[in-house]
Ligand binder design. Sequence first.
Ligand code: HEM
Ligand code: HEM
Length: 244
Amino acid sequence: MALTVSSSPTSAKGIAPLRAGQGHSFLLRRLHSLTGIIPVGLFLIEHFFSNAFATRGPGAYAKQVEFLSSFPFVVGLELFGIWLPILYHSLYGFYIWYQGESNVAEYPWAGNWMYSSQRWTGAIAFFYMGWHTWHLRFSGTHVLSYPDLAFGKVQHELVVTWAFLFYVVGIVCASWHFAYGLWLFAAKWGITQGPVARRRWGYVCAAIAVLFIATGFVTLYSFRSTPRQPYRPTAGEADSYTMR
Ligand code: HEM
Ligand code: HEM
């Protein structure tokens, strides 16, 4: 069963291929790679697109949140479509990182700048998502139950300078990690074979990174430049921002 996705075991440009014959770890490794695209990558696309409705004003943003909240089994979709896949991809990502460093021979591209960037952007995105999800999903007013308050809730967060800067960092890291992840995925699964295809796909992925970062920044600008919308922070939320 030759599931190795490139012609040589170490593959061109030193990308560690997905190898057959490593039992469970091979399957877990493939699942990690796949979850980066489905469903986590798809969620990221949807999330950036939905948030970009902020550029059309608080009314349009509320409508989009209302649309998302109209899906049946929302909590089940969140659990199985977002939280658990992100948790798996993240924890196995940290494990791959640890393995790569402890066994550099297995990772011919370890030490490469792009290799490190993929790990560090993943780690930063992990902490950003934990903080961001806690604040916007699990504390304060539940925006899916009160879509009209969603715009004001995000604004309430973004007026705090360090929180705003953390958003900037989170957007850049997630965009970079996903775009370079698309490049890695194509190399590892044999979609791009040979240096020419990989170079061309590299340009497309760079454009995807720029598109995501620009979309995220324009969205942030919309929240910051629109007059403050109604929001009722809970006592806990008011306390959580003492470091302005
Ligand atoms: C302009 C920037 C962003 C805005 C305005 C924003 C807004 C929101 C809002 C309002 C929620 C709560 C939705 C709910 O209650 O279900 C949320 C959840 C979430 N966001 Fe963001 N977000 C932004 C950037 C990001 C980035 C860069 C990431 C990834 C690194 C991210 C990952 C998540 C995740 C994982 C959730 C939890 C999803 C859920 O529970 O359904 N967000 N975001
Ligand atoms: C915003 C959410 C995320 C998305 C959309 C995402 C997406 C991706 C994609 C598409 C890949 C390429 C798959 C492959 O290597 O074949 C990847 C790789 C990777 N991801 Fe993520 N990821 C996310 C969050 C994370 C987090 C939080 C970590 C935690 C450290 C992480 C760690 C990694 C690692 C280490 C790799 C590279 C594996 C390798 O080079 O062999 N990712 N990610």
